[in-house]
Structures are given as C-alpha cells and as structure tokens.
Ligand binder design. Structure first.
Ligand code: DAH
Length: 338
C-alpha cells in the first residue's frame, strides 16, 4: 500500500464512523479496523515489507490514523449511547392534574362591578383608612353628640377620639376636606360594628359610599336617576328604584332606597316579604351642616350622598342565604363564583 492509499483509507474510516447509525454499526467498524484481523494491525505487521526509506513516514501516518480513529469511535459511541437512553416517559394521553384555581371573592366582585358602573357616570374611587377619628366618623357627619350609635356597645373605640369606622361616610368628609367642589366619588371599604353575628349581621362588613357635590344645581332627581342606572346595571333590566322618606344626620332630605325584587320582579314573593321591593341603600341631599364642617359654603354647593351594604348586594345578586358564608373561607362555597 502506498502512503497515499494509506491516507485514503484513514479518511474513509473516519467517514464510516461519522456515518454509523448505532452502537452495532460502530462495533462492526471497530472490529474491521482495530480487531485482531483488523486493517490497522495488519498494516502494522506489513511495516517490515515497506522500504526502509519510507518507513518513518508510513509509521507516522499509521500512528496518526489509529489515534484519530480511536478518538472518533469513542465520541460516536458515547453519542449513540446517549441517543439510545430512554427519554423521560411523557404520556400525552394522561388526564391533566387538577389545580385549585383562585377566584375573586363575591364581595370583591361586587366592588369591582360597582367601580365599573359608577366610573361610566364619572365617579372615581376614593379611599380612606379603617381607623378613623370621631370627627370624621360622627361629628362632621352631623351626628348628635350623644347619639346611641357612638356608644361603646355599638362602636369599637381605641380611645375617646379614635375608632374603627362604623360606615364609609367619613370618606365623604376626607374627600371634601382635601378637594374643592366639584367632587364625584365612590368609596368601597370595610366597616366595623359591635354586632352579634347572625345570618344577616357581621361585626366586619363592607359598604360603598357615593358623594357628588357641585357648584351647579344637583337634585334629588339626579340622585334617583344615578341609583336607577346603578340598579339596572347591577341587578339587570327591569329593576326599578323607589325612595322612602327616612332620617340620616348627614342628609336632608334623607331617603331609604329600595330596588325592585330581583326574584319576583316586583310581583311579591318570600324574598321580598310580598312587598315587591328590597331595601338596598340610604341616601339623601348632603346636609348644610356637613358642608360647614368641611369648609364648603352651603349656599354655593349642591350635592347628594348614598351608602349601601356590599354583602347585601352580593347576597341578593348571587343568592347567598347567609352572610357567614362570605367569611368562612370554605372553598367549596367560594369556588362556585368563577
Ligand atoms: N352611612 C349610612 C349607614 O351606615 C348609610 C348612608 C345613608 C350613607 C345615607 C349615605 C347616606 O351617604 O346619604 O347606615
């Protein structure tokens, strides 16, 4: 074999290794080139027949070939073994694993929806703290100095001037103290009262407050149309509102607001105690005394306010029979509201 032929064999052997598809093919090549009767050992044996002058070049080429072939063979064998390893079994036909998926709490959903509905009427969302001053929660809202609602049996007091707010109405005061008219806000938030828990009472509950005060005339008719729009958007078409005279210290005149019973649509049923109406909110025209407390000129501004319980709306809207379901955090109950 000439040196040139030797080099051709060398190249051909490497090509064969590169093209071998699996471990068996590679083993066959190992036997063919390196085995006891393999080509390379045979050529080594033939070295004695090579003319002495050519031997060093021949020997060098044979050594280089053997090294290159062994290395290529080792690399390909390792790669073939890795490819043959079983891949982690992944059965695409298996049913998926169920994961508990969080959903917004019904009260949070009502809050979201209220914000959207009133946003369309130009109301923005205001905020206020749960811990309030006596001034914001009672005095500025024109509550009589010894009104029973201030009693320690009704209100959680920290000290004579600080309490857990009993209503969201103090946010009206904060808003007007911080902003000149016009103001048009809603404020959903937590309230606290020393109530004994039962199916419709909880010491911790939520209200949403609304306040619109402007320097141009705002009337009871505006209040009614706003709440009528809210009633339809929140409870569905065909829901109307009615006002009944009432008393609140911070509004004059004051009204209680009923929505058409969503169950019987006004015909009368067990839910509405046959009246066709369901009490939803308190409201009225802001009392001039309140304007005085926040530094608004009662002769130059007009406005209305309203407030309603959010649990009550959630219970009516979703047919929840007991307020305690909303606070027991049982996911069998909460999970329904997806
Ligand atoms: N704060 C009242 C309550 O807790 C609800 C209320 C009534 C709010 C009339 C108002 C309003 O803004 O005008 O019972």
């Amino acid at each position: 074999m000439t040196l040139q032929e030797l080099q051709q064999e060398h190249a051909a052997s490497l090509q064969a290794v590169a093209g071998a598809g699996d471990a068996a093919a590679l083993d066959a090549l190992r036997v063919k080139y390196l085995g006891r009767n393999g080509l390379i050992p045979a050529l080594v044996k033939q070295m004695k027949d090579v003319p002495p002058a050519d031997r060093p070049a021949f020997g060098k080429e044979l050594g280089a070939w053997r090294a290159a072939f062994e290395q290529a063979l080792a690399e390909r064998t390792a790669a073939a073994q890795a490819a043959a390893e079983p891949v982690a079994a992944f059965d695409v036909t298996l049913p998926g694993r169920w994961r508990a998926e969080g959903v917004p709490h019904p009260v949070s959903r009502v809050i979201e929806e209220c914000a959207e509905i009133f946003h369309r009427l130009g109301f923005t969302v205001a905020d206020g703290p749960d811990i309030e001053t006596k001034f914001n929660n009672f005095t500025a809202l024109n509550t009589a100095p010894h009104h029973p609602s201030m009693d320690a049996s009704d209100t959680f007091w920290f000290d004579p001037e600080t309490l857990l707010r009993t209503q969201t109405s103090p946010v009206q005061i904060r808003t007007m103290l911080e902003n000149p008219p016009p103001v048009r806000i809603i404020n959903p938030g937590r309230c606290y009262r020393r109530d004994t828990t039962d199916a419709t009472h909880s010491a911790n509950f939520h209200q949403i407050e609304g306040l619109y005060v402007d320097t141009k005339p705002v009337s009871l008719a505006d209040l009614k149309s706003t709440l009528a729009y809210f009633a339809r958007e929140m409870m569905g078409p065909g829901i109307g509102v009615r006002f009944r005279p009432h008393f609140f210290p911070f509004t004059e005149p004051s009204v209680e607001v009923d929505f058409t019973c969503h169950v019987c649509k006004g015909k009368g049923c067990r839910v509405c105690k046959n009246s066709g109406w369901i009490e939803i909110a308190g409201a009225g025209m802001v009392d001039p005394r309140v304007y005085e407390h926040v530094g608004y000129d009662p002769d130059k501004v007009y406005g209305y306010a309203f407030g309603m319980g959010l649990e009550r709306i959630a219970m009516i809207k979703y047919g929840i029979p007991d307020i305690r379901f909303l606070y027991e955090n049982d996911i069998r109950f909460l999970g329904q509201f997806r």
